[in-house]
Design a protein around this ligand. Structure first.
Ligand SMILES: C[S@@+](CC[C@H](N)C(=O)[O-])C[C@H]1O[C@@H](n2cnc3c(N)ncnc32)[C@H](O)[C@@H]1O
Length: 335
């Protein structure tokens, strides 16, 4: 959800107007923007509040050399009698088959056998992606398979999705000669060690849709820690955990979070690049005012963008989904 894959060229063009050569992707999500900027020769720092997104970025952005072999994959997918049964016990009949739940329980124990932290991140990145692809609509907000439309991804086993995802991650690994970093935490508390261009693409608040990434992806977030320190809510149908993150989640929190974030970035002397869509709050004019109050030069680039929902893109072209997509660039110094 919210991936900016289709806007990479626009983002890179606007970023190039800033003199900064360190690119901080403060809400990295899939990591596709950070990976693109790494490819373009920036030093890249990623950050996300969700641990599974952190692993995606650590596997493909911070990691420059490490890949995973077919033997490693086989080890991760093998039964492990010493593994737990938490997934089988907790999520039986909800998202995956009993065999797949057993595979996920064993996988969770097997990951600890990988000594290289980047291999562990590739393993988590590939398995969470496999779970997404195996799941109708790619979300964990409902239980059962009621949106099964027969597409090939849903006929492919979790193990096969995993092997294919490992190949994709292996192919994404490259060295751009710079020390890139992935971080886990809130963007509002992010410490940045040099003047940078900070890319801001938070979950925008909208009265029309919910922006709760944790609710959609709770199973993936639980999987990468085996639900350690998460407050599972056994009474919920989906067996989600209580979302500890409140920033950007409500109308009031959104305004306060932007003010806090922008204030910190301005104090740190950073340039800022903000992705924004017209159907969200704060409004376009409010966003502009917040930026103009802090940065000497603010440019607004409008991109005509049609959102696609779900994994099919079947909403593409539907006029109701037409939103204006903007990039705001705030620069500390006049260019
Ligand atoms: C719109 S998505 C980013 C999409 C990303 N640009 C991409 O192309 O894939 C927003 C991301 O912000 C993360 N997030 C939510 N609250 C956050 C916070 N306070 N600090 C950092 N990341 C946060 C979510 O987990 C989600 O991955």
């Amino acid at each position: 959800m919210g991936s900016k894959q289709r806007l990479l060229g626009h983002i890179a063009d606007v970023a190039a107007r800033s003199r900064r050569r360190t690119f901080v992707d403060a809400f990295s999500g899939s990591g596709c923007v950070a990976h693109h900027m790494k490819r373009l020769g920036y030093r890249v720092v990623t950050n996300d509040v969700l641990a599974f997104a952190y692993h995606w970025a650590r596997a493909a952005v911070e990691n420059s050399t490490v890949t995973m072999s077919a033997e490693d994959c086989a080890m991760l997918l093998a039964p492990n009698p010493a593994g737990g049964t938490f997934i089988g016990d907790t999520f039986a009949g909800l998202y995956f088959t009993d065999e797949e739940n057993a595979l996920l329980d064993a996988f969770s124990a097997n990951v600890a056998r990988l000594v290289d932290p980047y291999q562990q991140s590739i393993a988590y990145a590939a398995m969470t992606r496999a779970c997404l692809k195996r799941r109708p609509r790619g979300v964990f907000t409902y239980v059962g398979m009621r949106y099964d439309d027969g597409r090939a991804d849903l006929r492919t086993s979790l193990a096969d999705h995993f092997r294919a995802s490992v190949e994709s991650w292996n192919a994404a690994v490259f060295d751009n000669g710079l020390r890139n970093e992935a971080r886990l935490g809130s963007a509002t508390a992010l410490a940045i060690d040099e003047p940078s261009l900070v890319y801001v693409d938070p979950p925008y608040f909208s009265t029309r849709s919910d922006n709760d990434y944790t609710r959609r992806y709770h199973f993936l977030e639980g999987l990468v820690s085996y639900w350690r320190d998460l407050d599972l809510q056994p009474h919920t149908k989906t067996k989600k955990f209580a979302n500890p993150h409140r920033e950007f989640q409500s109308r009031a929190a959104a305004y306060a979070s932007f003010e806090m974030l922008f204030e910190r970035l301005r104090e740190g002397g950073h340039d800022v690049l903000v992705s924004y869509s017209s159907n969200c709050l704060p409004s376009r004019d409010e966003m502009l005012a917040m930026l103009q109050a802090r940065w000497a030069q603010v440019d607004v680039v409008s991109i005509d963008h049609v959102y696609s929902f779900g994994t099919h893109g079947h909403h593409v072209g539907n006029r109701n989904n037409r939103v204006e997509e903007y990039l705001f660039l705030g620069q500390i110094a006049l260019s």
